[in-house]
Design a protein. Structure first.
Length: 118
């Protein structure tokens, strides 16, 4: 009986350690886009940008992860948002420009990864 309890304790400890390690390391490389993708249900471009900022801050400040490249990406999103707020561009135009920006960044990242592996 005592042997079974010891084994159960060891298994529980091992599982707890693995689970804790997963919580601490699982999200350290969150893609910058994940913060925006999590907010796709927002109705306006402004709400979407604000949500992405809050999402990133919540994850970053809880110590789980701070996406690399976020300041540059959010700066562009905020520029588009301000243009929409000033009625310089429409929401569909902002979303189109955002999609183009994201695709360009994704292509650049893919190319950098390829170059690094050569």
């Amino acid at each position: 009986m005592e042997t079974m309890i010891r084994r159960a304790m060891l298994v529980a400890t091992a599982l707890g350690t693995v689970s804790l390690a997963g919580c601490l390391t699982e999200t350290t490389n969150i893609p910058v886009w994940a913060h925006f993708d999590a907010c796709n249900d927002r109705g306006t471009f402004h709400e979407w940008v604000a949500c992405a900022k809050l999402n990133r801050e919540a994850i970053c400040y809880t110590g789980r992860a701070c996406s690399l490249g976020f300041p540059d990406v959010i700066a562009y999103a905020e520029t588009l948002d301000q243009a929409v707020q000033r009625r310089q561009i429409s929401e569909p135009e902002a979303r189109s420009k955002w999609a183009e920006f994201r695709a360009d960044r994704d292509r650049a990242q893919t190319q950098a990864t390829r170059d690094a592996t050569r």
